[in-house]
Design a protein around this ligand. Structure first.
Ligand code: ADP
Ligand code: ADP
Ligand code: ZN
Ligand code: ZN
Length: 751
């Protein structure tokens, strides 16, 4: 048997129908299919999961015994698996010290460069790190920002100390923190703060280390008085403490963050900043756009640094190639979008010289304009040519094109999917007659009757991030699509500037819904209460018995059906609850039935099955809303945190279907959607518009662009070379706009 193929035999995870798959190594294989067809079940839950499990087997038994047992995916065998890396859109997050430069290690190369050829010479490369004591600005401890307490919010000046003038959490009257102030003997405890003299206020807020004359019992440990500000700073504002304290969210209200005036936000101390290469210090380099930094680095010709310079140029070039040339190295990773995070992860991998790995990509086209996709394609090929196997789950036709092999899943979603309906090359797929094949050969069409605006929303003089003082009008009561290459300023304009003008804007994004572990479609859409009542009435028991928070729920998993184990160094592990085997409720509760089904069985029904089961009007009305957005194949009890971003977004859309007159913003709703799903999505979006709402959609998908009533195109390029309005008007006029990259793509595809 040849070992140049990964063989998956008898895969049955989730909806997979006992399928066999052969994947050639050192090739690019793209997995296609409508959403819910089983692509992730095969690629992530079977192949990647097994690779992860086998890797864990290699740990010593000491470590293994301390880890929960990784469930073996439901598959007979997988042969020839190599170590798999998953590159998904999970945001990088990271703490305040994590930047594009630090996570990609490009900043360490820059530090090395400065330590070798910077003048004056200040020390080893470590000194150039803002995470190192010798290099960081002492004022802000290398954070670039300082936090100050907002006195106006801290004190309610119309109250006295006894009345609770200190609004900060844990300083309530009667609590030990405030009591110390009240018993200090320094204040008239019934005097309102607004009547305090300068000196009294100074004493209350800032005094530090003053001896209390007649300390009461509260002062037994120390008799040194400390004003509110140093007190709060000491216990709450030091970063390390902050992450841990359970008040961190409440505290945000009391602090304002300002750029550190000492280092001007560069995070570094004067000594480090004085060291220059070709007239620039390291902070100036980290602040430049990567594309500009690359040009700058290429001007350095010192023999001692030749190797570092060429490696640095190489890594920066990779960032430019992947379409991230508009970022700067000092950009905090926590501010990156999902697509940007994913591409940064790619850059990290490209720096590695390991071969024979399996790279698994989850929709790498996200956030990318067709213009940027060609760059991603080159990088995929680079990874393959280095001797790696590349697996991609993708819907974008431009990305599908680079596949050496395509595996199309279907025929449809959920129980109607889980099979391989085609495999082979692109031409064959187009002729195969599968849903993907059909859509790949279709052409987007312009909307025939565009709707007339019912007024305009205006944004004036926007300058945030890269926006070049732009003013723009957005039509009301129609659907506007905002286009432009990644980094051109679309999200800045729509997600950040628009709500400053129109605070009531509703954002329907793909982000998780709060507390989602416990919530599922039934709870989120508000029908679970009704279902519980039906069970209660039928069986003459209390409805609360069927609640996840009640005595009726499985005591081990508390009604989740699964248990979660957090591991410090890996993703959280989810295992089926051993007590209830995933049934979520106690045996007593499971004997109560409604039309032959118990509550656990009802939660396992898909929306489509539930639509047949429930005749109750209020319940079927809601189920129909879900089915209208294409959510037919998901079980009612599937926790929201296991749904894809695209599915979550559609569920949020469904919950809006009965509101009218709103301003909605959708950021790349096509994410995770097959071309067939997109058609359905367009239908839902039109329904919202017909209900008198204004829809603003950030999109790259040509089908959606063509269906717009109005287009706003940003550009011409990314970062500092973007931020301008290139075009506003009807989609069919965009094609005529010479300077628009979007226009030229429309022309190429539709003519
Ligand atoms: P795709 O990746 O093609 O969109 P998936 O493999 O994610 O499809 O889903 C296949 C089926 O498995 C769908 O019906 C989906 O709802 C279901 N599914 C996915 N994740 C879970 C989960 N964590 N628990 C239960 N069912 C799931
Ligand atoms: P798009 O949505 O078109 O991809 P963005 O609005 O995200 O573009 O980005 C436009 C520019 O603003 C880019 O140069 C980007 O790096 C910058 N930018 C976006 N968000 C932030 C942020 N939180 N901090 C600093 N710069 C940002
Ligand atoms: Zn500073
Ligand atoms: Zn349980």
């Amino acid at each position: 048997m040849s070992d140049n193929c990964i063989r998956v035999l008898g895969a049955r995870e989730r909806n997979l129908k006992n399928i066999d798959v052969v994947i050639s190594k050192k090739e690019i294989t793209v997995f296609t299919g409508v959403s819910g067809s089983g692509k992730s079940s095969l690629v992530f839950d079977t192949i990647a999961a097994e690779s992860q499990r086998q890797l864990n087997e290699t740990y010593t038994s000491f470590i293994r015994h301390r880890m929960p047992h990784y469930g073996k995916p439901d598959v007979d065998t997988i042969e020839n698996l190599s170590v798999a890396f998953i590159i998904n859109q999970k945001r990088l997050g990271g703490n305040a010290r994590s930047t594009v430069g630090t996570v990609t290690d490009i900043y360490s190369l820059l530090r090395l460069l400065f330590s070798r050829i910077g003048t004056p010479f200040v020390g080893y490369s470590d000194v150039f790190s803002f995470n190192n004591l010798a290099g960081m600005c002492s004022q802000c401890q290398g954070l670039g920002k300082v936090e100050t307490i907002d006195i106006e919010r801290l004190l309610d000046k119309n109250k006295s100390l006894n009345e609770g003038a200190v609004c900060f959490p844990t300083f309530e009257p009667g609590g030990w923190r405030l009591t110390r102030y009240i018993h200090s003997g320094f204040f008239d405890n019934d005097k309102k703060i607004k009547d305090y003299s300068e000196a009294e206020l100074e004493m209350l807020l800032y005094a530090d280390g003053i001896k209390v004359k007649n300390p009461s019992p509260e002062w037994h440990k120390t008799s040194l008085y400390e004003g509110l500000i140093p007190r709060i700073e000491r216990s709450f504002l030091k970063k390390e403490e902050r992450e841990k304290t359970r008040y961190s969210k409440q505290i945000e209200r009391f602090v304002t963050k300002q750029t550190c005036s000492h280092c001007n936000g560069t995070r570094l101390n004067d000594k480090v900043l004085s060291c220059k290469v070709n007239g620039k210090n390291i902070a100036e380099c980290a602040e430049m756009q990567v594309s500009e930094l690359l040009e700058f680095i290429e001007t350095i010709h010192t023999p001692v640094s030749a190797t570092i310079v060429s490696e640095l140029a190489n890594r920066l070039q990779q960032m430019v190639s992947i379409g991230l040339g508009y970022l700067s190295l000092n950009r905090k990773t926590s501010t990156l979008s999902g697509g940007e995070s994913q591409r940064i992860k790619m850059v990290c991998q490209l720096g590695s010289s390991l071969t024979d790995l399996t790279y698994i990509f989850d929709e790498p086209s996200i956030g990318l304009h067709p213009h940027d996709i060609s760059k991603i394609n080159d990088l995929m090929k680079l990874l393959r040519d280095k001797g790696n196997t590349v697996l991609i789950v993708e819907h974008d036709p431009d990305l599908i094109k680079i596949a050496d092999h395509i595996i199309d899943m279907g025929p449809s979603a959920g129980i109607y999917g889980g099979e391989i309906v085609y495999q082979g090359d692109l031409q064959g797929l187009k002729e195969s007659g599968t849903l993907t094949g059909k859509y790949l050969s279709h052409q987007p069409e312009y909307k025939l009757n565009t709707r007339t605006p019912k007024g305009w929303l205006s944004i004036e003089n926007a300058t945030l991030h890269n926006l070049k003082n732009i003013s723009v009008q957005i039509p009301k009561g129609v659907m506007t699509v905002v286009t432009g290459v990644a980094g051109s300023g679309k999200s800045t304009l729509i997600n950040q500037v628009l709500p400053q003008f129109y605070p009531k804007t509703v954002f329907i994004d793909q982000k998780g819904i709060q507390a989602s572990k416990r919530s599922n479609i039934a709870t989120f859409m508000g029908i679970f209460d009704r279902i519980r009542k039906l069970f209660a009435k039928k069986n003459g028991v209390s409805a609360s018995l069927f609640s996840f928070n009640s005595q009726g729920a499985c005591p081990v998993c508390k009604g989740l059906g699964v248990t979660y184990t957090d591991l410090a160094f890996m993703d959280t592990i989810v295992t089926v609850c051993e007590e209830c085997q995933g049934d979520r409720f106690t045996d007593e509760v499971l004997q109560y039935k409604l039309r032959g089904k118990n509550i656990s069985e009802v939660l396992k029904m898909t929306v489509a099955e539930a639509l047949e089961f429930f005749q109750e009007k209020e319940i079927s009305r809601v189920l129909n809303m879900l089915s209208d957005v294409g959510i037919t194949y998901i079980p009612l009890g599937q926790p929201l945190n296991t749904l894809s971003g695209g599915e979550l977004q559609r569920i949020k859309l469904a919950s809006e279907l009965e509101n009218d007159g709103q301003i909605y913003v959708l950021d790349e709703p096509s994410t995770g959607l097959h071309m067939a799903d997109i058609k359905q999505l367009i239908g839902v979006m039109n329904r919202l518009v017909e209900q008198n709402s204004t829809l603003i959609v950030i999109e790259h998908n040509l089908d959606i662009i063509c269906q717009a009533d109005w287009i706003i195109d940003l550009g011409p390029f990314a970062g500092q070379n973007g931020g301008e309005i290139i075009f506003t008007g009807l989609p069919e006029d965009l094609v005529k706009c010479r300077h628009s990259l979007t226009g030229s793509y429309l022309k190429e595809y539709i003519g």
